[in-house]
Structures are given as C-alpha cells and as structure tokens.
Design a protein around this ligand. Structure first.
Ligand code: ATP
Ligand code: MG
Length: 447
C-alpha cells in the first residue's frame, strides 16, 4: 500500500491486513512462544517448519474445493518456472505432506509435531482477522484412540490457562465419519430445503456443495435456521458414538470442562469425529482462539495409507488480543544491568574515561552481562537520565578520579546508593549476582 506525501513522493505502508510487530509488542509474542515450547516439551511434541508456499494443488486437495479458504481466500501465484503455488493458508496440509514425504509412518505412532508459522488468507481485515497471521499448532498423527483426542483438547485448554487466560469456553462436538455423515447430510439438506430462499447466498451454494458448512455460517439471517437444525450427534454411527463417549469420559478424567455444541463444525472438509473450539466467554465472531479436530481422512486424500490424525491451531494475534482484554501482564525484558557513563569536560569527552567505558562495556557483554553506554558525549546528567529511561540497574561512572584509582563509581539505580569499587571487584560483583548477569532476581515483572 502506498501514500502520497505533500511533496508528491510515494510512502509505503504495510499491505492491508498485515501488521508490523514492533519491539514493544515482542514480549507478548515471546511469552506465547516460550509457553508453547514448554507445553510441547511436556506433551512430547517436536517442532516442524515447512515452506511458506506449497503447490496450490496440496491445499485444493486437502482443504477442499468447496471451502472459503480455497474458493476465496488463497494467495496463489505462478512463479517464473510456471509452477502454480500458494502461500499456505493453514499448516495441517503442509505438515501431512511432510509426514508422507519423509516416511514418518515408519516412526513410532503417533508422531507428535508442532509449529509456529505464518499463514495467509485473503480475508476482510478487522480486529483479530488478518491476511497474514500466525498460528501455533500441533498435529498428532497415526493414532485414533480417543485418549489422544482428550489429550489434545486438554493441551489446548492448558495452553490458554498457562498463558493466564480465564473465562474461556471449550466447545465440543463430533461430526461423525464417512459411515454416518452422509445420512446426516441428507437429513440436514431436507431440513434446509424450505429455507433455501431465505438463507444467505453463500448458504444457498453450501446447500448444494458442502452442506455441513451451512452450520458454520456467520450471517445473522441464517442463525435462526442454524438454531433449529437437526443435530449430528443424534445421527452418529456406533463406532463414532463410542469414540465420542470415550473422549468425554477421558476429558472428565482430566478435569477439562466443556460445553457440547452440536452445531460446531469445521470449515475444512477433512475433519472427522472430534471437533472443538475455545473462545472467550464474551466473544464475537473474531474471537475463536483455538480450533481443532480429528482429520482421519486427510492423509489418504494426499495419497498415503489410511492414517488417523488430530490437531489444533491457535491464533497468536487472537491470543494476544485476549491477553490484552484480560489485562494479563506479560514478562518484560530487563533493562541493561550496567550503564557505562563517562565524564565529559567543556572540551568534550575525557578520552581516557570514554576509552575505559568502551572497554568495560565490551568486557561485560563478553561475560554475558547486558551493558549499555551513551554515545555522543552528552553531559553526565543527560547520561544518567538516559540510564534511567533504559531501566539500567547500575550506572558505573568513570571520571578523572576513578581513572587514577583504577575504580568505578557504582550507582544502584533503585536505591540511589553510591559506592566506589575497584574495576575488578565491580566486574566480579556482577558475575556473582546471577549466572547470566543480566537478570538479577526480582528485576523481571512476571505475570
Ligand atoms: P474463523 O471462523 O475465525 O475464520 P477459521 O475456522 O477460519 O476461523 P481455522 O482455519 O480453524 O480458523 O484457524 C485456527 C485459528 O487460527 C483460529 O481459531 C484463529 O485463532 C486463527 N485464525 C484463523 N484465521 C485467522 C485470520 N484471518 N486472522 C487471525 N487469526 C486467524
Ligand atoms: Mg476463517
């Protein structure tokens, strides 16, 4: 996107539906990444990264032709070699592609993988809905035991809890499998026929092409029709019913509370049986934080042997939105442990003092201590102000006297206390304070 300045020059802006993550926002991102990494360690998931673009066919095949993503939301392009590619709109298909490509079926199953990845969808941008967004997600491939479903649902629930989010609703449903779903879809279509003229345009198409997604419509006019629709859980075959009952049993064992939501379906065609979503209790359409489910048909669709799988994806931007809405404090990075200040005379910097400051800053950094220094030979007062703004823990002031004594003047910023220490003692003191030197206990504001 561009803007014209008053001088008629072109100014660029981030493309619509994208955002810059500035340093001030980074602690939230880092916090979520760290919590997600720790969670994955505990549950035995290993990280996978895949390319940002894939063959378009992968998504058409796996996400399904009659879905919003494939019909309206994909960024597709032809490269100079004539390959037809798409920026990934989601990660399940690429991860399954990698599972097959690298023969992961020969590993102990389930193979447990996780990702932190951008995805791209040409959507109408609004709060919590971007064209480039970021997902944390997991996939557990090769096992159909409902105990795994329960663990995956629990993991999503724990993720949000460990982030500090409360007042969430976990919605749970089963959407059956190829044995029982066809019958349900007939029932659903029969129910919708009388409303065919009243529902939205998209739903008229869905009624023909992808009736399950009628239940996923977000148009106001369609909501009363959805509310009265038959429930798929009344139509499950015995195998799906048993799977669902066991899942509920294990969730009870795990102490995970959920609400049955018989009209919860997923926008993606390859889902079977378990589907779930987690939302804030007071949330609108853009507030679903986690969405997941089982996709037992996907790998076969991609040319592999029939292989069950289950996973979820959580939107980073929506987690951050929820953290902000709930006022959850996020750990902030500490300021410099030491700020090196040096004496300035009327003629400018006291050269030997500045030299020593430069050398000490380098030494501190080499021993893992975060050190900062002023540039530009400003007055000592201005240097101290800067140290304060940066949140420095100590300021070491080097002047004529200190040079002669081989010492530094150490100011503890929190108390204002001032002492003089030989340089080596000052360095040793910091080394003793904490292994990394940069984060003494208590200097971090944790939530
Ligand atoms: P929605 O119904 O909100 O469009 P979806 O069904 O398209 O979501 P999934 O494809 O299941 O969502 O993606 C999983 C999660 O990824 C969502 O719950 C949300 O947190 C996040 N997400 C999806 N699309 C976007 C987007 N355009 N911008 C930001 N986050 C998104
Ligand atoms: Mg969507």
């Amino acid at each position: 996107m561009t803007l014209k300045t008053s001088q008629g020059q072109t100014r660029y802006r981030a493309p619509r539906g994208t955002q810059d993550v500035l340093p001030a926002e980074q602690p939230s991102w880092q916090y979520i990444r760290e919590q997600a990494d720790a969670l994955c360690r505990e549950y035995g998931y290993q990280r996978i990264d895949t390319p940002v673009f894939e063959d378009l066919g992968l998504f058409v095949r796996s996400v399904g032709e009659a879905t919003d993503i494939v019909e309206k939301e994909m960024y597709t392009f032809e490269d100079r070699g004539g390959n037809v590619l798409a920026l990934r709109p989601e990660m399940t298909a690429p991860v399954m592609r990698a599972y097959l490509e690298h023969g992961m079926a020969s590993l102990p199953q389930p193979v447990k993988l996780y990702y932190v990845a951008n995805a791209f969808r040409y959507e109408r941008p609004q709060a919590g809905r971007l064209r480039q967004f970021t997902q944390f997600g997991i996939e557990a491939v090769g096992e159909s035991d409902p105990a795994l479903d329960a663990e995956v649902v629990e993991m999503a629930w724990r993720l949000l809890h460990r982030l500090g989010l409360r007042w969430l609703v976990l919605k749970l449903n089963s959407i059956g499998d190829p044995v029982c779903r066809p019958h349900y879809l007939e029932t659903l279509k029969a129910y919708y026929q009388p409303y065919a003229g009243a529902v939205c345009r998209d739903c008229q198409v869905r009624l023909e092409r992808n009736p399950l997604r009628l239940l996923d419509c977000k148009q106001g006019a369609c909501q009363p029709v959805i509310a009265g629709a038959p429930k798929i859980t009344d139509d499950l075959c015995p195998a799906c019913q048993e799977h669902f009952d066991l899942l509920r049993h294990y969730l009870a064992e795990l102490g995970v509370p959920y609400a049955l939501e018989p009209r919860l379906v997923r926008g993606l065609d390859y889902y079977t049986r378990t589907v779930f979503e987690i939302q804030p209790q007071e949330g609108g359409q853009q507030s679903t934080i986690v969405a997941g489910g089982r996709y037992d048909g996907l790998i076969e669709e991609l040319g592999g042997r029939p292989t069950p799988g289950i996973g979820f994806a959580a939107g980073f931007e929506r987690m951050i939105q929820a953290l902000k809405a709930a006022g959850v404090p996020v750990p902030q990075p500490p300021g410099p442990a030491v700020f090196l200040a040096y004496q300035v005379t009327e003629e400018g910097a006291l050269l030997a003092a500045k030299d020593l400051a430069i050398r000490l800053a380098a030494r501190l950094r080499q021993s893992g201590v975060q050190a900062a220094m002023p540039y530009g030979d400003r007055s000592l007062r201005a240097q101290l102000r800067l140290a304060n703004t940066l949140g420095a823990q100590y300021v070491w002031v080097i002047g004529q006297e200190e040079l002669q004594a081989g010492a530094v003047q150490v100011r503890t910023m929190a108390t204002g206390a001032v002492t003089h220490l030989p340089v080596d003692d000052a360095l040793a003191l910091l080394r003793h304070q904490s292994p990394a030197g940069a984060t003494p206990p208590g200097s971090e504001s944790t939530g």
